[in-house]
Design a protein around this ligand. Structure first.
Ligand SMILES: NC(=O)c1ccc[n+]([C@@H]2O[C@H](COP(=O)([O-])OP(=O)(O)OC[C@H]3O[C@@H](n4cnc5c(N)ncnc54)[C@H](O)[C@@H]3O)[C@@H](O)[C@H]2O)c1
Length: 371
C-alpha cells in the first residue's frame, strides 16, 4: 500500500512517499536536474536522461577530499541555484548528497531516492550528513533536509542478505528506542531476510515514523535523538577496525550486542525486568548469525585496533566515553564512562564477551542446522 506523510523541520516540511516505479515517474516529470547516483546504477538508468554524476558507494567516497570533484562536476554540468539534485543510492550517497546540496552555491534543492533497506528505514529522514576526514569516520557534517524522499520498493529486489540484515538492525534499534510498544509492532511484522515487498514496506514506514518522533522533537541532535546512537559508537569502531569489511548496519547490530553486554556486566540490567532487551538482542543475534562470514571477521578483529578506533569517536568527551546502553526497564540511556584504565577494561570486557558469543562457530552451525 503506497504511503505518504510529511516530516516537519525548522526549515519547512518534506514529504516521504513509498511506492513502485517512482524513479521512472520522477525522471519523466523533472527538468533541470542533475542526478547524483551510486555508480552501481549507472548501467540501469535510462539512456539519454541527461546530467549524471556517478560515484562508487564506498566509505572513501564520502570523504571531504572527494567532495570537491563532485562540486566541480556540478559546475561543469552547468548546475545553477535552481538546479534540482536528484540523489539515488544508499547511505553513502545520501551523506554526500546532503552535504553537496547544502554547500553548492550555498544550497540547492534535492530529492532523495534511497536504494538500500538501511537508507529506507533510517538515513532517508533526519537531514543529517556525515562525512569522513582521512581515517576519522563521520567527523564533519551538517543538517540539510531534502525537498522530498521517494522510497521506490523496486530497489529492494537486488539487495543481498548482508544489506537486509544491516537495514533490519537499524530498524529494530529505532523502534526499540521509541518504545517497547513500537518494538512489539516491529516484531509483529516478522522481520527476516526473506520478506515480501509489503512486509518490507510496513517495516520501513514503521521505522521512519518511529524516527520521526526523535527528529521532530530534537532536529539537531542535542538530546532525545542522541539515543539513536545506540550501537553506533561500538559499531563505528568495528567498521573502521575491519576497514569497512563489516558494513555499517551489521556493525551497528554487533554494537548493540556489545552495549547489552556492557550494561549486563556493569549492573544496569537487573536479574528480572530485562526481558525487553534480551528479546531485542536475541533478534539481532539471530539476524547476524544469518551471515556466516561475519563470525570469521569478528574472530580476526584485533581488540587493540578496535579500542584505538573507539577512543577516536567524536561522540566522547575529553575525560569521558559516551555510549548508549539498554536499561532493565526497556529504556535506553546515554551514559558517561571515565576515560581511565578501569573504564577501558570494562569496554574491552563487554566487547570480548559479545564477540565470543557472536563468533562461536557451534552456535552458528546449530542455528543454521535447525533452519
Ligand atoms: N547520515 C545519516 O543519517 C546516516 C544514517 C545511517 C547510515 N549512514 C551512513 O550510510 C552508510 C551505509 O549506507 P548503506 O548501508 O545504505 O549502503 P551504502 O550506500 O554504503 O551501499 C552499500 C552497498 O550497496 C550497494 N547498493 C545500493 N543500493 C543497492 C540495491 N538496490 N541493490 C544492490 N546493491 C545496492 C552499493 O552499491 C554498495 O555496494 C554508512 O557510511 C553510514 O555511516 C548515514
Amino acid at each position: 500500500m503506497p504511503e505518504s506523510f510529511d516530516i516537519s523541520t525548522s526549515s519547512g516540511c518534506y514529504r516521504v512517499s513509498t511506492g513502485r516505479g517512482l524513479l521512472t515517474e520522477a525522471l519523466r516529470a523533472r527538468e533541470d536536474v542533475v542526478i547524483l547516483t551510486d555508480a552501481y546504477f549507472s548501467g540501469i538508468l535510462p539512456t539519454g536522461i541527461g546530467k549524471v554524476i556517478a560515484v562508487p558507494a564506498l566509505e572513501g567516497s564520502k570523504s571531504l577530499e572527494q567532495i570537491a570533484p563532485i562540486i566541480a562536476k556540478l559546475r561543469e554540468l552547468g548546475a545553477h541555484r535552481r538546479t534540482h539534485l536528484l540523489a539515488l543510492g544508499g547511505g553513502v550517497i545520501q551523506d554526500i548528497a546532503t552535504f553537496v546540496a547544502s554547500i553548492y552555491m550555498r544550497g540547492i534543492a534535492w530529492t532523495y531516492f534511497p536504494t538500500t533497506l538501511l537508507s529506507m528505514v533510517d538515513s532517508c529522514v533526519g537531514g543529517k550528513s556525515s562525512i569522513n576526514v582521512y581515517s576519522y569516520k563521520n567527523l564533519v557534517g551538517n543538517f540539510y533536509p531534502p525537498a522530498e524522499v521517494m522510497i521506490d520498493l523496486d530497489f529492494l529486489r537486488s539487495l543481498n542478505a548482508e544489506q537486509i540484515v544491516g537495514g533490519l538492525c537499524e530498524a529494530a534499534k529505532i523502534c526499540y528506542a521509541r518504545s517497547s510498544h513500537e518494538y512489539d509492532l516491529y516484531l509483529a511484522e516478522s522481520p527476516a531476510i526473506k520478506m515480501s515487498a509489503l512486509q518490507a514496506e510496513r517495516i520501513i514506514v514503521r521505522s521512519i515514523k518511529a524516527k520521526q518522533w526523535f527528529i521532530e522533537i530534537d532536529e539537531f541532535d542535542k538530546k532525545e535523538r542522541l539515543l539513536l546512537n545506540f550501537g553506533h559508537t561500538f559499531g563505528h569502531a568495528i567498521e573502521s577496525a575491519t576497514e569497512f569489511r563489516i558494513t555499517h548496519g551489521v556493525a551497528v547490530g554487533v554494537g548493540m550486542v556489545v552495549a547489552h553486554e556492557y550494561a549486563k556486566q556493569r549492573g544496569f540490567l537487573t536479574a528480572t525486568g530485562s526481558e525487553c532487551v534480551l528479546q531485542l538482542t536475541t533478534h539481532i543475534e539471530q539476524l547476524l548469525r544469518e551471515l556466516p562470514p561475519l563470525a570469521e571477521e569478528l574472530r580476526r578483529l584485533d581488540i587493540d585496533v578496535f579500542m584505538e578506533k573507539f577512543d577516536n569517536d567524536k561522540k566522547h568527551h575529553a575525560d569521558q566515553y559516551r555510549i548508549v546502553i539498554p536499561k532493565g526497564d526497556g529504556s535506553l540511556e546515554l551514559v558517561s564512562i571515565a576515560r581511565t584504565e578501569e573504564g577501558r577494561s570494562a569496554i574491552k570486557a563487554a566487547f570480548r564477551a559479545a564477540i565470543h558469543r557472536l563468533a562461536d562457530p557451534t552456535l552458528i552451525k546449530n542455528y543454521l542446522a535447525i533452519k
